[in-house]
Design a protein around this ligand. Structure first.
Ligand SMILES: [Zn+2]
Length: 257
């Protein structure tokens, strides 16, 4: 029905098309594929992430990071599901069910789209200062919550640099991975460490853990940050013992619990 004072038909349809284009640009994937006949089944639930990624913000304050993670800043828009302040306060910015933009390019094992597969947690830390204990205490509470509620395996917790070692250095050598391991989170070598048998291939073990090996020096640097809190780009005898322990745990299917 045309109203006497309505916009001319052509103008109205132009506006409508522009609105539809705008909606399409923001819309999620269509729920049904037009290629297929829709025969719905009630037997489903939402997809769940399988990995948790830890970052440091490398910024000056929680407020600065809350701004960065919520705006289209100059380097392109970024976000994370959570941000944990040095005082232990936990902020959530993106629903657990949605894909936040924290990972960028990288590969962990066979996972190539880390953002689709993970929950991202930013820690307010400049990368040069030890992580505050209230922050780690809150992180442990959050990890307990996420692994239980989303059923993410407790071993599946990695740092940004682990899967993007050529681009990233967070959460860095100061991050207390050993404290996380003591609380039952992350893959960790089991004492007493033993020398691997002859023929043990440390690169195969590093790849089995998940590290991308395109740049081996970068992978070792990230591995050193994570498992020893040290710098260095070449493997030594202690690295081999650690890798042997990790590989044994993975091959035996132990999740470290
Ligand atoms: Zn990061």
């Amino acid at each position: 029905m045309d109203h006497p004072y309505s916009l001319p038909r052509l103008l109205r349809s132009t506006i409508l098309l522009a609105l539809l284009a705008l909606l399409a640009a923001c819309a999620p994937l269509p729920p049904r594929n037009p290629l297929a006949t829709w025969v719905p089944s009630p037997n489903h639930d939402i997809r769940r992430p399988v990995l948790i990624v830890l970052h440091f913000t490398n910024q000056h304050s929680v407020q600065e990071s809350l701004d960065t993670l919520r705006t289209a800043n100059s380097g392109g828009p970024v976000s994370s599901h959570y941000l944990v302040g040095a005082d232990g306060r936990i902020y959530q910015l993106v629903s657990d069910q949605l894909r936040a933009w924290h990972a960028g390019p990288g590969r962990w094992g066979t996972i190539t789209d880390i953002n689709s597969a993970s929950i991202g947690i930013e820690l307010d830390n400049d990368g040069a200062t030890p992580f505050a204990q209230p922050q780690i205490t809150s992180l442990l509470r959050l990890l307990t919550n996420l692994t239980e509620r989303l059923r993410i395996p407790r071993t599946q917790i990695v740092g940004h640099e682990d899967f993007a070692p050529t681009r990233k250095d967070d959460p860095g050598p100061l991050f207390p991975w050993q404290q996380l391991a003591a609380a039952g989170f992350g893959l960790w070598p089991q004492a007493p460490l033993a020398d691997p048998p002859t023929g043990f291939d440390p690169w195969m073990a590093l790849g089995l853990v998940g590290y991308p090996l395109d740049d081996r020096a970068a992978a070792v640097r990230a591995f050193h940050h994570h498992f020893r809190g040290i710098q260095g780009e070449t493997l030594d005898a202690e690295d081999l013992r650690i890798l042997y322990s990790l590989a044994q745990q993975i091959e035996s299917g132990s999740d470290g619990d």
